[in-house]
Design a protein around this ligand. Structure first.
Ligand code: SAH
Ligand code: SF4
Ligand code: F3S
Length: 474
């Protein structure tokens, strides 16, 4: 298939010469995306590149000539899913040798050439830092090369025109990579060091979105509070000139963009100055996603998170002091190595006390290349599953309680789509990010912000009725 004599291209990628993949009149592409919002944003940009190259989207991978899996390796089950998808398409390639198979994203970065050994049918293995360089890489593939692109590179400024999934809400990357070293986490290994985009580039992208009719933007970063610390410039007081807070002041008033969100926040860097800005700027939504991971101080230390449960509680108190109705969501891990029942109880206590609107929970999964994976105090799968169930039960109970505050209230809902389960209904989100359904015609309402009186409050979603403003006759 391919030999091991490889050459270095100017892009710092490994070109494995001698692949059987062939250039041809390839027309259709399919992308399956796993993982987080960062991957979704990367997929939208890669789809944009493929369309600029003349390919057309195919819903069905079996009808596509180029198949790209944008992969996630945050937990073992995410990684294994990729292999099962790949296996099917690798088989297909034997009957259809012109098929181009690409693995992008975090599994690609983690496994690199090893992935080619496991699935030799692959044409291109590319890490997340190469998303904006897909065209160059594919051209080399069409020249007959098998490519591995995983060396750290400077991320190209986003010059591509993404093919966005939504016409109402959009992601905008502000910082790539992560410089933290949480002991369980594979992200710094696969996403590389922090690289912030200049504020002007971010605003320029948002202005285009505003002109295209987008109404909501979510600024993205794995640790968005680190935004700007790699950019030059300090203020007279000696602090970084380009912090996330400064960025919000730069981008909060882009014409057409009525709602601004950001994720993911890190408690270690979350400042009162930021909270003040969120309260002050009307377009910034009262919704915060701040993972706490564990409610126990010893576990947080072992995770190397750099804050205490007390600090986390104080952040939430401060947010609620400025914005009493703010929605709070987070991520948490159960069964971290060494976690005792009492330490797990501290996580339950935190969830009980804070009352999250939403919580993403996961059982700890040992990841290659991370310190905690090597520790000998791993928790059994049975205990992890049991703790996860208990935590999820509490989360659902608390979220249902939190949801009740919306009953009978009028919420501003930005309509995104039709309810897939009921075509007579549309769905959208409140400023607090609660999914809300109400009767209406999507052709008329898409992209509109509608006042909705809430009549049903479930744990993670709401239903209501649009308030019709009577027409005033002249
Ligand atoms: N940058 C964010 C989250 C990144 S990953 C932060 O710092 O919080 C998304 C979530 O996956 C994490 O918040 C964590 O809850 C979970 N996660 C990461 N590594 C994990 C692992 N090894 N096992 C289980 N869950 C993990
Ligand atoms: Fe992973 Fe920690 Fe970075 Fe989040 S902050 S991506 S958990 S290393
Ligand atoms: Fe997964 Fe990579 Fe995101 S590992 S969670 S897709 S950064």
């Amino acid at each position: 298939m391919w030999n091991n004599l490889f050459s270095r291209s100017p892009l710092n990628i490994t070109v494995l010469v001698g692949s059987e993949s062939m250039a041809g009149s390839l027309r259709r592409y399919h992308i399956t995306t796993f993982g987080c919002q960062m991957n979704k944003a990367d997929s939208e940009r890669m789809a944009g590149i493929l369309e600029e190259m003349g390919f057309q989207w195919s819903d069905d991978p079996n009808h596509a000539d180029v198949i790209l899996y944008n992969t996630c390796t945050i937990r073992d089950n995410a990684e294994q899913k990729v292999y099962s998808y790949l296996g099917r398409q690798a088989k297909r390639k034997h009957e259809q040798p012109a098929l181009t198979l690409i693995v992008a994203g975090c599994v690609a970065q983690q496994e690199g050439e090893a992935l080619l050994r496991r699935v030799p049918e692959l044409d291109l293995v590319m890490g997340p830092q190469y998303a904006n360089r897909l065209r160059d890489l594919l051209e080399q593939v069409f020249d007959g090369n098998q490519i591995v692109a995983t060396e750290p590179v400077h991320i190209f400024e986003d010059i591509t025109k993404p093919r966005r999934d939504s016409t109402v809400t959009a992601w905008v990357n502000v910082i790539y990579g992560c410089n933290e070293r949480c002991t369980y986490c594979v992200v710094p290994n696969v996403r590389g060091v922090e690289q912030s985009r200049p504020p002007e580039a971010i605003r320029a992208e948002m202005e285009i979105l505003g002109r295209q009719g987008y109404k909501e933007v979510t600024l993205l970063g794995q640790n968005i509070d680190a935004y700007g610390r790699d950019l030059p410039g300090v203020t007279l007081e000696g602090r970084h000139q380009h912090t996330l807070t400064d960025l919000l002041y730069v981008v909060h008033d882009v014409p057409g963009i009525d709602r601004l969100r950001f994720a993911t926040s890190h408690p270690r860097y979350f400042t009162e100055r930021l909270i003040h800005a969120c309260a002050e700027l009307p377009n910034v939504c009262e919704h915060f996603h701040i993972p706490f991971q564990s409610g126990d101080n010893t576990i947080l230390k072992a995770m190397a998170r750099g804050y205490t449960p007390g600090k986390y509680r104080r952040i939430i108190d401060t947010i609620r002091r400025y914005m009493p109705d703010a929605a709070i969501s987070a991520d948490a891990i159960v069964g971290f190595p060494g976690e005792t029942e009492a330490q797990f109880q501290n996580t339950l206590n935190l969830v009980e006390d804070i009352g999250f609107d939403q919580l993403n929970t996961a059982a700890y999964s040992p990841r290659p290349g991370t310190p905690a994976a090597l520790w000998d105090n791993q928790i059994s799968e049975e205990v992890k599953t049991d703790r996860l169930q208990r935590l999820n039960h509490l989360v659902a109970t608390k979220a249902a309680e939190r949801s009740q505050r919306y009953l009978d209230r009028v919420e501003e809902v930005l309509v995104e789509d039709q309810n897939p389960k009921d075509p007579a209904q549309v769905m959208g989100r409140t400023r607090g990010n609660r999914l809300t359904f109400f009767e209406g015609d999507i052709r008329e309402l898409k992209g509109k912000t509608v006042p909705v009186q809430i009549t049903t409050a479930r744990a993670f979603s709401l239903s209501g009725e649009a308030i019709v403003t009577p027409l005033v006759c002249a």
